[in-house]
Ligand binder design. Structure first.
Ligand code: ATP
Ligand code: MG
Length: 237
């Protein structure tokens, strides 16, 4: 199978186990969304898949290859990017410097310049902002910058944690339009964690409900949107 998969992941912090056998998969070209209540382990699952925390049991696969124990930077080199929760940009650096940071794995300054030029075509709203400190961007612009920074290395899979949290509806729309465009145009797979379940599920091909550290329900985005239990518990009735 091409794409990324977590199989029976057990992980946590110190003695506390948060994930008790969670399984998710984003095939190449798929947008997959993970929804679930606060504290159910959604961020922990993405961190375990990216290698920021070590799974105690279970397997992380990329194109069918076992990558469970690779470090994050090795996963980046394989084509996996991670956009953490909270519009994670370097606020005291300029937009250009933030993009350069994303380009660190590239092998020359020329390649970085080239990647910045391409990224600015994909995310044109960053063009005018390039010399300014990222701290001055709006919330939505920061989220776009975080995505653009991850996109500097042209990943095949992007793991995104709560891209729409705290954003105005118009910016949520903008972020999801970008995600869908990158997915359609380049076949990039997305594994997205969201509290804004309705928006995420309507953009997703498939989705999972993570509850108490276990993936409980799996269906198409549409199937989950129409699932009575999901509606009642996660979509506000
Ligand atoms: N660094 C950490 N050290 C110890 N416990 C942690 C740490 N990060 C998260 N936890 C705990 O792990 C559990 C799952 O947290 P996690 O952040 O994965 O949940 P989540 O589903 O992403 O929640 P939210 O929707 O609020 O973002 C919570 O009980 C949390 O308190
Ligand atoms: Mg979280």
């Amino acid at each position: 199978m091409t794409g990324m998969e977590g199989r029976g992941i057990y992980a946590g912090y110190g003695k506390i186990e948060v994930l008790h056998g969670a399984s998710v998969r984003a095939g190449q070209g798929e947008i997959v969304c993970i929804i679930g209540p606060n504290g159910s382990g959604k961020s922990t699952l993405l961190k375990a898949m990216f290698g920021l925390i070590k799974p105690k049991r279970g397997t992380v696969l990329f194109d069918g290859q076992d990558i469970t124990h690779l470090a994050p930077e090795e996963k980046v080199r394989l084509g996996i990017a991670f956009v953490p929760q909270g519009r994670n940009v370097f606020t005291s650096l300029t937009v250009r410097e933030n993009l350069e940071m994303g380009g660190t794995p590239l092998d020359s300054k020329k390649a970085v310049r080239q990647a910045i030029a391409e990224v600015l075509e994909t995310y044109p709203l960053l063009k005018d902002k390039i010399p300014y400190k990222a701290g001055n961007l709006s919330g939505g612009e920061k989220q776009i910058l975080a995505l653009a920074r991850a996109d500097m290395v042209k990943p095949r899979v992007i793991l995104m944690d709560e891209p729409s949290i705290g954003l105005a509806p118009r910016m949520i729309e903008e972020v999801y339009e970008k995600i869908k465009a990158i997915n359609t145009n380049r076949g990039v797979a997305f594994l997205i964690v969201e509290q804004n379940a309705r928006k995420a599920l309507s953009a997703a091909h498939r989705g999972y409900v993570l509850d108490l550290g276990v993936t409980r329900i799996e269906d198409t985005g549409e199937g989950l949107l129409n699932n009575e239990e999901v509606k009642k518990l996660y979509l506000g009735g």
